[in-house]
Ligand binder design. Structure first.
Ligand SMILES: Cc1ncc(COP(=O)(O)O)c(C=O)c1O
Length: 393
């Protein structure tokens, strides 16, 4: 899900070599051509209003910068995240992670002040039952938290949740969160590390709902993963606060020229190859093919996604939606039937991420129909392993 441009994009490779010849490193207190040129390009592709950029070397560090900025700017310290989320692996970012990866590092390896809201999951309601106005109620609960907690600085969300199952929210959900954040003067942080750069068929997933966050973090696809670059983007108003307040968040490789030059090339390639539209178009085809797996395989419980960002969730029982694998199994180091399927897929030359009871299907944006068909064929053969383990409902 980060190799958006595939492996051998000549323009990106050349940009890295050229930058290495021209200026392989400069301290972050200096600017350089690559930094200026990339910043200008970002102003064209980021949601309007996000116009100040802090360059990191990972999504994790972008989350750290976002949390720090939200706390310093608002003078408050609580961060609302959601259970089905991942925001990175360092102390602040793992603390903001709702999924089971946070649990083994508690309490020593994380920061305080993060509280969790329910996720917006249409297949598995965290409330245990389904009700009509789920989107509204799930968002409204965040407002309830803000009111009752006090000291809330920010809400952090993946607009389309990634590893935790490609959860695409109903259309009212994110606009409602935006409304709540604005009303309570709380910052909205969109973590687009996975969902950005065309993955969902827009430059950034928030564009689907015309939501502009106060902070947007991203990484992965910005260079097509050819070099490790993360970005924390924010508004001029928030950034200006730090003109007169010290922002202690520097690091040696911040705005490293060799990470910036390939981002320029990658953005130019997204445009030249029209990959944002391709993601939308090929995504529709991929989605329809994945949906068809559901008809042929009794282990497929749910298929969901947007653009070239999809999940296939497997269940032991269609009626109870019992999963094949639980977070506790993962923490205990067990292998799952999904891992076995992933091995079969790999033997057929298809790599997908198996995660608990779902697969993440996120091919490069240059994927062809033939390659999608090849992947679907591989799934058709390999899913039989799980089909045999399904209980009658
Ligand atoms: C939504 C999200 N946020 C943050 C991160 C952390 O990014 P990185 O692995 O570049 O540190 C990831 C990584 O997968 C992610 O998916």
């Amino acid at each position: 899900m980060c190799s958006n441009l595939g492996h051998k994009n000549k323009a990106v490779i050349e940009a890295i070599c050229e930058q290495a010849r021209k200026l392989p490193y400069i301290a972050p207190s200096f600017t350089c051509d690559a930094r200026a040129d990339l910043t200008k390009l970002l102003l064209e592709v980021f949601p309007p209003g996000l116009e100040k950029f802090f360059y990191t070397t990972s999504g994790t560090e972008a989350t750290e910068a976002a949390i720090k900025i939200a706390r310093l700017y608002t003078g408050r310290y609580k961060i609302i995240s959601r259970y089905k989320s991942y925001h990175g692996s360092t102390a602040g970012s793992i603390a903001a992670t709702g999924d089971f990866r946070r649990i083994p590092v508690e309490p020593a390896g994380k920061i305080d002040g993060v509280i969790f809201a329910p996720e917006m999951d249409l297949y598995r309601s965290p409330f245990g039952f389904e009700f009509e106005n789920r989107a509204e109620a799930t968002a409204n609960y965040v407002e309830h938290m803000i009111r009752n907690e006090g000291n809330v600085a920010a809400i952090i969300v993946e607009p389309v949740v990634g590893t935790n199952g490609v959860l695409v929210p109903p259309k009212s959900y994110l606009p409602r969160l935006r409304e709540i954040a604005t009303k309570h003067d709380v910052l909205l942080i969109a973590d687009e590390v996975m969902s950005g750069w065309g993955r969902t068929g827009e430059w950034f997933a928030v564009n689907h709902w015309n939501v502009i966050p106060d902070i947007l973090t991203t990484a992965k696809g910005v260079t097509g993963a050819y070099e490790p670059l993360g970005i924390m983007a924010t508004t001029r108003e928030i950034a200006e606060y730090f003109e007169s307040h010290y922002f202690a968040h520097g690091h040696t490789y911040e705005a490293h020229p060799i990470t910036l030059a390939p981002a320029i090339a990658a953005i130019n390639e997204y445009r030249r190859l029209d990959l944002i539209n391709a993601a939308r178009k090929q995504g529709e085809y991929l989605g329809s093919q994945l949906e068809s797996l559901k008809e042929r395989h009794r282990s497929v419980g749910n298929v969901r996604g947007l653009g070239l960002f999809w999940a296939i969730e497997l269940v032991k029982n269609q009626k109870t939606k019992e999963r094949f694998f639980e977070p506790e199994d993962k923490l205990a180091g067990k292998a799952s039937v999904l891992d076995r399927i992933a091995v079969e897929l790999m033997k057929k030359g298809v790599f997908v991420q198996s995660w608990l009871s779902h697969f993440i299907v996120a091919p490069p944006l240059i994927v062809s129909r033939e390659e999608i068909d090849e992947g679907i064929r591989a799934f058709d053969e390999s899913l039989k392993i799980a089909d045999e383990l399904v209980e009658e409902s």
